[in-house]
Design a protein around this ligand. Structure first.
Ligand code: NOJ
Length: 980
């Protein structure tokens, strides 16, 4: 075993008072709900909701105007092609909508509907717009990375005038039943209906039409409309055209050069009464109804990435990011759809009771009826038929990529605030964390480190010597994260803006000129990261010799990338702005944040020739696929108990939506948490995949060491608990990287059969460790009720005592302020590193502790994954991946990937790991028959030895357990311990 140069034991235990720094800045904090549209203020949302109302009111007499001509349909090699005809007037005129359905080897199906006239570019744009004429079809370029190999073995099981049925997927268990008139598709698994597209006939693809002058019509409520004198010739009489053309909101007018062009579709999930996903919203994990029903929202869920200052809770209001993936779950079955669209999107949810049989006998089932409405683009969606939540996560991971293997330091604790005011301030915080023996890995610099918000520069007075700051941090393996936003200050003498303009890399306004808006630096322009040349240029800015003051331990934070434009409509860019390829901002808005995040990720890959390390970039805005390039956090929350509670479902939702490297500002961004709240927040934050304390510029200083006792000790313990479990967290990240699974897992995901858990979103398991956490999120609370999803044995994490649990029941556990309710589920083995250190890097070659939690059947299993935590060498086999198994009288460690570990070529890290051992093994729930046992036999690397075992009977404070101390078996080697 290697001993790192410094350990906690050498730390002085002095506490210095730290003066509160007064801020020079002040920002208003009132949430301005009215800055953001409601559905009735977004023309296309209103039109589609009205359309739905009309269709539903007509009941069975509603005739959906979309049909497929059987003669135009064909199926070959896993692809179905047809033309949908949309009837657009009473005389039977139609427009053509090309339809493609592809069936993939991965088991997903994809349905894409375009518009012929737009494909052919035979439309006219208004206002001399330079925008593209096609419908946006490039979202896949950013979101999709695999899983679309077509399944040529998909077969027709029926074909006739009325429609066609295609069998596909594993063992041909999936079926798509395509009906021609009206057009609909029902998806079945093992013959039973799971979900149906256009079930209620709400599909609506607003085709292009020329604007035709008409006499004035009456003004409608809610939507400001600048021109109401005109109407199209080709729409049925009586349609509300008031929102077809220019639309204004909050003093901004959208020129809408293509007129109305929304795409909408209803999707019914049969027998499913829980739906999850479609982040980002601050509400429960199990999504609420939005069109009537108990406790329903009145607005649809909205996805339109926005800088929502001080957001409100329990709301379908849009937030900073968007992942249009919805999972539907019922006992033992999960299905999902992914709506691949980058434009503003609204989703209505309704739960309808329906009799399962024609005689209305038995209890009715719940069908969740959803209605998806996007402003622009092609209609493009993927269908996942499960049957388990893990199957959906895996298939979505194949499609959009899984979470990147993180820099290992980045799963330690991050200390941030807006702002550490100088390099001396940073050094001082660093010293004080050490003085108080509080582990941390990263300290962050917010926008004030720059010279007048000019990114890639430093404030010359306050950050005189950034390199010496970075070097001090490096002594203990710590890092610095600096913020770089996408708005570039538009002022003279700043080379970055000069280059941006000279190279034509900025987002353009509707007239094709560089778009100028307002953000932190004042007048600014936005780098257009849809443009490959912009990415190339962006990469050049991060080179160590260009961004002076940065070094190998400097990493990145991308904020405001929705993008936030203070004087823009809804605090973002005008929709008629133009991006690379002449796509309107309207088409690509929700992907914008991902493109910027991606450019920074790319930049960090090429800071120096020959240096290839995993980037760390935190983003605020995101889309499906962002998980491939970094971490996210939930933005500007508040220092109150409600926000502490709200963060858990939000982070869980990120996990089931494929972007699990997620966290919330610990302590709350706005305001000043009382000590109890701050302590509870650290206890919860210690179980966020991304763990960062952050505070607004007006908030008082609140580094953990500033807390008075007992709170400082409480927070320090939570941090140390996090650090001891880093090997388990890293293993969970690796699993997420391999199969798309969430890092913290809600009950429905871990226990898809346990119905009582489907609505629970305030407790979770950490990866596959069996560690079940229920953070306390209420003031003054000293007990917690934990839902027990199964029949296994559960033990208290700290006392090892077996708890009196029963399947489907809640158990009340003590939760005084010093403790976090953590249970260990029987049947698991998880790794720890128990020597307290200052940072993750200093733990790199520490020995391991294994905790074996014996299941009711006497077995247990678990994994450890480890690599150098920094490079991409793991892709070449430079890693350790073990499976530990307790079975019969043996505990074994074998290679989890069935590799012959002896033959793996060893790089530097693996060589160093050769000396790292399993130090101790704690066996929780060890059988009482071991009471007299004093030793066990260890067999490893061809040698036998005897190792001491101590058995503790248990007493008033502890449950029975056994410890095997000083095991000595190498962590990377195969070994067996024999208990017989
Ligand atoms: C908004 C971000 O959400 C917040 O975390 C940050 O401190 C401020 N921008 C200033 O950069």
């Amino acid at each position: 075993m290697r001993t790192p140069s410094r350990s906690f034991s050498s730390w002085p235990a002095l506490l210095c008072a730290f003066g509160v720094l007064f801020s020079l800045f002040s920002v208003g904090v009132a949430v301005k709900e009215n800055d953001f549209k409601k559905c009735h203020q977004s023309g296309f949302c209103k039109r589609n909701r009205d359309y739905a109302d009309k269709a539903i009111a007509q009941g069975s007499s509603w005739q959906a105007p979309y049909k497929i001509l059987p003669t135009e349909a064909s199926f070959k090699d896993g692809l179905f092609h047809a033309t949908i005809l949309k009837t657009i007037d009473d005389k039977g005129a139609t427009v053509e909508l090309p339809l493609t359905i592809s069936f993939h080897k991965s088991g997903t199906a994809r349905v894409t509907v375009d518009e012929r006239k737009r494909q052919d570019k035979s439309i006219e744009l208004r206002h001399n717009s330079q925008a593209r004429k096609e419908r946006y079809n490039e979202a896949e370029k950013w979101a999709i990375v695999g899983g679309t190999t077509v399944d040529v073995d998909a077969t027709i099981s029926y074909s006739g005038e009325a429609g066609i049925k295609i069998k596909y997927g594993p063992n041909s268990a999936f079926e798509a039943d395509i009906k021609y008139d009206p057009y609909s598709i029902e998806f079945k698994r093992d013959g039973s209906a799971q979900l149906k597209l256009n079930d209620r006939g709400l599909m609506n693809l607003e085709h292009w039409r020329p604007k035709v002058e008409k006499p004035p019509v009456e003004e409608k409520d809610g939507v400001e409309n600048t021109e109401k004198k005109e109407e199209s010739a080709s729409e049925p009489v009586g349609e509300d055209e008031s929102t077809w053309w220019e639309e204004s909101f909050g003093g901004n007018t959208d020129s809408k050069p293509r007129g109305p062009e929304s795409v909408a579709l209803d999707v019914t999930f049969f027998g499913y009464d829980h739906v999850y996903g479609i982040p980002e919203h601050a509400g429960p994990l199990s999504l609420k109804e939005t069109r009537g029903g108990d406790g329903a929202y009145t607005e649809p869920y909205r996805l339109y990435n926005s800088d929502v200052f001080e957001y409100i809770l329990d709301s379908p209001m849009t937030l900073y990011g968007a992942i249009p993936l919805m999972q539907a779950h019922r006992k033992d079955s999960t299905v999902a759809i992914f709506w691949l669209n980058a434009a503003e999107t609204w989703i209505d949810i309704k739960k309808a009771k329906e009799s399962k049989n024609p005689l209305s006998l038995g209890s009715p089932q719940t069908n969740t009826q959803t209605h998806w409405i996007s402003e622009a683009g092609v209609m493009d969606l993927f269908i996942f038929l499960g049957p388990t939540p893990a199957d959906v996560s895996k298939a979505f991971g194949e499609l959009t990529g899984t979470t990147a293997m993180p820099q290992e330091f980045s799963i330690g604790y991050h200390q941030c605030r807006w702002n550490y005011v100088s390099d001396d301030d940073v050094k001082e915080v660093d010293r004080k964390m050490d003085r108080h023996q509080i582990p941390y890995d990263v300290i962050w610099l917010d926008i004030e480190y720059t010279d007048e918000k000019k990114y890639f520069t430093w404030d010359k007075d306050m950050f005189k010597d950034p390199i010496s700051m970075g070097q001090q941090l490096d002594v203990h393996g710590r890092k610095l994260v600096v913020i770089i936003d996408p708005h570039i200050k538009n002022s003279g003498g700043y080379p970055v803006i000069d280059e941006l303009k000279a190279n034509g890399l900025a987002v353009k306004n509707k007239d094709g000129k560089d778009f100028d808006g307002w953000c932190w630096p004042g007048s600014s322009m936005w780098v257009d990261c849809f443009n490959p040349s912009a990415i190339k240029w962006w990469k050049s800015l991060f080179k160590y010799n260009k961004f002076k003051g940065t070094m190998e331990n400097t990493w990145l934070w991308n904020d405001m990338n929705e993008p936030s434009v203070f004087n823009g409509p809804e605090v973002t860019m005008p929709k008629d702005n133009l991006h690379y390829g002449s796509w309107e901002h309207r088409d690509v808005h929700n992907i914008n944040g991902l493109t910027f995040h991606n450019a920074t990720y790319e930049a960090l890959l090429s800071r120096k020739k020959g240096e290839l390390r995993r980037p760390f970039v935190l983003t605020r805005s995101f889309y499906a696929g962002s998980q491939r390039v970094g971490a996210m956090w939930t933005g500007d929350n508040q220092a109150n108990w409600e926000h502490l509670g709200a963060a858990i479902p939000m982070i869980l939702n990120q996990g089931v939506s494929g972007f699990p490297f997620a966290g919330a500002d610990v302590g709350g961004f706005f305001g000043n948490p009382e000590a109890e709240l701050q302590s509870r927040w650290y206890q919860a934050g210690a179980f966020y995949p991304f763990f960062r304390g952050h505070a607004h510029i007006d908030a008082r200083r609140r580094e953990p060491y500033m807390l008075a006792e007992p709170y400082r000790t409480i927070v320090t313990s939570a941090l140390r608990l996090r650090y001891s479990l880093i090997p388990s967290w890293y293993t969970a990240f690796h699993q997420a990287h391999r199969d798309g699974s969430p890092i913290i897992r809600p009950m429905y995901w871990s226990h898809p059969s346990s119905e009582g858990g489907f609505g629970i979103d305030n407790q979770f398991f950490v990866g596959s460790t069996g560690i079940l956490v229920k953070p306390v999120v209420e003031k003054g609370k000293t007990t917690e009720d934990v839902y027990i999803p199964d029949d296994e044995a559960y033990f208290d994490y700290f006392t090892y005592r077996q708890l009196p649990t029963a399947k489907g029941q809640t158990l009340t556990v003590d939760a005084p302020i010093e403790s976090i309710p953590i249970l260990m589920r029987g049947g698991h083995i998880f790794p720890r590193r128990d020597t307290p250190r200052r940072s993750v890097q200093l733990m790199k070659f520490d020995d391991y502790t294994l905790v074996v939690v014996v299941g009711k059947d006497g077995t247990a299993e678990g994994q450890l994954y480890a690599d150098d935590g920094d490079s991409f060498e793991y892709q070449k086999g430079e890693y350790i991946h073990r499976t530990f198994k307790l079975e019969g009288s043996q505990l074994t460690s074998t290679d989890a990937d069935n590799r012959d570990v002896k033959s793996i070529k060893k790089g530097e890290w693996l060589k160093n790991m050769q000396d790292v051992a399993v130090d101790k093994i704690i066996i929780v729930g060890a059988p009482s028959t071991w009471a007299d046992k004093k030793e066990v036999q260890l067999e490893t690397e061809g040698k036998q030895s005897t190792v001491k075992l101590e058995y503790f009977k248990g007493d008033a404070n502890r449950g029975p357990f056994a410890i095997i101390g000083r095991v000595g078996a190498k962590i990377g080697a195969d070994w067996t311990i024999e208990f017989a």
